[in-house]
Design a protein around this ligand. Sequence first.
Ligand code: NAI
Length: 409
Amino acid sequence: MGLRIQADAHHHLIVPDNPIIPYIEGDGIGREIWAAAEPVIHAAVDKAFQGMKKIEFLELLFGETSFHTSDQRLEEDVLSRIREYRVAIKGPLATPVGRGIRSLDARIRQGLDLHTCIRPLRYYPPVPSPVKHPEKVDIVVFRENTEDLYAGIEWDARSDEARSLINILKSRMNCSISDTCAIGIKPISQEGTRRLVIRAVQYALDHDRASVTLMHKGDIMKYTEGGFRKWGYRAAVETFGDRVLTEEQLWSGYEGVVPQGRVVIKDRLADMMFAQMLLGPEQFDVIACPNLNGDYISDAVAAQVGGLGISPGANIGDECAVFEPTHGTAPDIAGKDMANPCAIILSGATMLDHLGWTSAAVLIRKGVAGALASGKVTRDLASNIPGGEAVSCSQFGRNIVAQIKAANL
Ligand code: NAI
């Protein structure tokens, strides 16, 4: 019998050896990629802990069915189950275009207050990449998920709301702004920044990462993005004390070599980061950023290492966390057993990291790396790899399981 994951007063997870973890298969290719992923996760846990630990997956029904019935109770039930079990994994969910229905993903993120989005991004050869040295990329992006221009506070050009706001800005705050503008508001708070940066630094410390870079545009947006920078440094120093150091301290005291068990906190302007990510990606490790910067940089780096098809993701709050691939439902190939299951499988690895089951997570990444390196890959990759041979989604999953079973611990 499985047990529920618990948490202490500081939101640290207490994970039993046999946790119950809810999953949502998702729409489109969701069923087939989950069918490939589940045995991979079991195989890695089994091997890493020699049968002493096992996840009991619990299916939650959610997706296109709930759209058509607009069943509010179903949604609430799913959210309360995820809250109850604290950790969940899901496939992609379809959002019909132009029907005024908020995306199911947004409903999960907002309903559960999943304020931090995590995107681990590294290269798996021989996945085709547009750059010469994709192997230099091994970064984890922590993106704030609830604030910034993405908070949805905006009004159409010439709307009553935009006009009223423009009047106030002109008459009371001496702003120069055209009457015909659309208006968006960019809220960034100290609390929101703090909880994001603390998570990013904790992750860096837990995973022996050398640095956390605060990515911002504080030179231009002084109070919002500049606030993110200022509050980010403050949160890191107040929370982690001498386990963090600035770049200045690194050079004045340690000749540029990060001492074991410590993390450098640095900051970079967002525009420079896009250039540096291509010219010298090895200088970045963990990146913490506001919502909009995070959206841009994570997709740009995903493309740099070979596309969104293999990119895992996670959305994490104080109470619970949901792990998911970053691609969509791929309706064009759904039901054909040809989807690439890497992203959901690697999301499973990120989930195991979150549980503290790092050795199993490492095995999954090794298994994926080994299966890709064999050249027997799903169709989306096969045609772009010299000598690549296309295998089905289910076969590719079995290949990863075989790699895990054969891997050295
Ligand atoms: P998509 O990611 O589903 O598909 C874009 C292209 O990538 C298609 O050609 C597809 O075949 C291919 N592709 C995606 N994942 C693949 C995989 N694992 N293996 C092989 N090929 C793959 O994006 P699209 O078409 O914009 O969205 C389709 C639906 O997915 C929409 O309803 C959208 O709202 C939803 N969506 C859901 C997401 C989520 O649940 N997190 C994220 C993105 C989109």
